[in-house]
Design a protein around this ligand. Structure first.
Ligand SMILES: [Zn+2]
Length: 262
């Protein structure tokens, strides 16, 4: 019977989708703060909806322009993916007449452009012994570009996961995540970890130590078994819209406090 609530920072990738505004309103009605990592070409299609979200207090962050794997594109292309969306976000904040306080970035698929394709933690348990050395020159060129544009990652000193710290995930400029809701797996032909439908998604959220693609290599306690704060990853995909509301409801039932990043 613990009354201590874990802190959760809710991040929503791949916005703004077709149902973005209704998701924003669903969160707003429940006083839930969130950061939307937005895809530039979708911002262009739904500028007024994005401006409305800014007015409602939501943070618009950068998730590239076309959502590529950064390990599979040139450095020049990587830079333009970031810069183009950065400019668009400047524009929507200017149109909203709201100061843009944060420049935050998340790579599509968590792929930092270092050749690891997003497998940022050595993870023999799930992927065998396969683990390549990252191409640090490529990675640093992209990190430097983010830094030059003024991007930062908060220090997240309340996140205790040693595996992530020792692998430098909080030293990078871009944001990763600590708990992936994995609702995207329901769209796969062979759903990862058998997460094939809403029930499986909700059951996993309720587990103390759910299987996680982030690749734990130690015996660290995770999720509901841990006191660590969490960066929760959810998506604004059209196909999982109905699940989105049910997932938010489930998060509210758990001993979690969904917080703003300060
Ligand atoms: Zn994405």
């Amino acid at each position: 019977m613990s009354t201590i609530k874990k802190k959760v920072y809710l991040t929503i990738d791949d916005a703004p989708g077709k149902y973005f505004s209704s998701k924003v309103d669903y969160l707003k009605d429940r006083n839930i703060p969130a950061i939307f990592f937005c895809i530039g070409n979708l911002i262009e299609q739904r500028k007024s909806e994005v401006i409305d979200a800014i007015h409602k207090g939501y943070i618009i962050a950068n998730h590239s322009y076309t959502h590529p794997h950064f390990s599979k594109i040139s450095i020049d292309k990587a830079k333009s993916e970031i810069s183009k969306t950065d400019k668009l976000i400047d524009e929507v904040y200017a149109s909203a007449k709201v100061e843009r306080k944060h420049k935050w970035f998340r790579f599509p698929y968590g792929d930092k452009g270092d050749g690891l394709n997003g497998y940022v933690l050595p993870s023999p348990k799930f992927y065998g012994d396969w683990f390549r050395k990252p191409d640090l020159k490529r990675k640093n060129q992209i990190q430097d570009h983010l830094k030059n544009l003024g991007y930062t990652q908060p220090s997240f000193s309340d996140i205790q996961y040693a595996t992530m710290r020792t692998n430098g995930l909080f030293d990078d400029i871009d944001w990763h995540w600590t708990f992936d809701i994995m609702e995207w797996a329901t769209l796969e032909n062979k759903p990862t970890f058998g997460v094939k439908d809403l029930n499986a998604v909700l059951a996993r959220i309720n587990q103390k130590t759910p299987l996680d693609t982030r690749g734990k290599t130690s015996n660290e306690k995770i999720w509901l078994n841990s006191n660590s704060s969490e960066i929760v990853l959810l998506h604004d995909q059209d196909e999982t819209t109905e699940m989105f509301y049910k997932i938010v409801d489930r998060l509210l039932e758990l001993p979690l406090e969904i917080c703003e990043v300060v």
